[in-house]
Design a protein around this ligand. Structure first.
Ligand code: MG
Length: 300
């Protein structure tokens, strides 16, 4: 049986992993997969194959089926407090919610009359507000959307779905990308992946949440090699992030705990399974899974 050959940097990391639980390739043959989201009630995982313009569904036992095609070049996904799918779409430059009856509601597509760039990743806070990053990756080429003029800076926005109000939360990053709250929502983590194209930032910043806004943004961790395209927190506040060589686990104080090597460049991760103890990994052309001795933040 294959073994997990994790790289333990902090000795405590050896308790986070299960030595005889391998990294399993669940499916392959995709173009560039991203945006995994676990649906425990439906017993499946959804994720995007962005260049192929589709959202896929992986179900244990039956494998891959198409959830939505075309997907408007959807990227990141999450679920709101009612369990509905919330999606970032590059092609339509918007954030949407899929209602329980399957109809699609637009959450945000403009700010002050200008079109968003290409919403990338999204998270929903316990108060129902929807937070998303809006870098320009999806409008730079025709590969993951439609090449177009950038109308707005790259920012992080918050939408109050009750009023529809959209507000700028972070506007001093080059390319905000992955984002997630700490388990108690006292901290917001946001990656800046500006270095995809230059020597610019390639780190995760952490913000204190005060009065519903992120404040005192500061450096948290520089991912190397690769970037924090997507990440999630476990129930004890450890951050599990994408990297070029696999998945990295970062302690709440910002130090690297260890790495789980993955054969392809990782884009994003999410926790799933019965106890949220399985890490689902989207990595270039494949979907992988590894079982951990940790659990993700418990959400629907
Ligand atoms: Mg991303």
């Amino acid at each position: 049986m294959p073994m997990l050959t994790a790289e333990v940097i902090d000795p405590a990391f050896s308790r986070f992993i299960i030595g005889n639980a391998p990294v399993i390739q669940l499916a392959t043959g995709f173009s560039w997969v991203e945006g995994p989201v676990w649906f425990g009630d439906a017993g499946c995982l959804l994720f995007s194959d962005i260049p192929s313009n589709r959202i896929l569904r992986w179900t244990p036992g039956s494998g891959i089926t198409t959830y939505r095609a075309p997907s408007n070049y959807a990227n990141g996904h999450t679920r709101d407090r009612e369990g509905r799918l919330v999606s970032c779409e590059h092609g339509t430059r918007r954030v949407t919610r899929t209602e329980h009856d399957g109809t699609i509601t637009v959450i945000a597509d403009r700010f002050e009359g200008k079109r968003l760039n290409s919403p990338n990743d999204v998270v929903v806070k316990s108060d129902g507000t929807i937070w998303f990053s809006d870098p320009h990756y999806g409008i730079m080429t025709d590969y993951e959307g439609f090449r177009a003029e950038q109308e707005l800076p790259c920012r992080v926005y918050r939408v109050d779905p009750a009023t529809g109000e959209i507000a700028v939360m972070i506007d001093d990053m080059q390319c905000p990308n992955g984002l997630a709250f700490s388990p108690d929502e006292g901290l917001l983590y946001v990656a800046d992946t500006g270095r995809m194209f230059s020597d610019d930032p390639q780190h995760i910043r952490v913000y204190d949440m005060e009065g519903g806004r992120p404040v005192r943004g500061r450096h948290f961790h520089t991912v190397s090699p690769g970037c924090a395209d997507g990440f999630r927190l476990d129930s004890e506040g450890y951050l599990w992030t994408s990297a070029a060589d696999g998945v990295h686990c970062i302690a709440p104080d910002g130090h690297l705990m260890g790495k789980i090597p993955v054969p392809e460049l990782v884009s994003n991760i999410c926790f799933g399974g019965r106890a949220k103890h399985e890490l689902y990994i989207t990595a270039t052309s494949s979907l992988y899974r590894v079982t951990l001795n940790r659990s993700g933040v418990q959400r629907p």
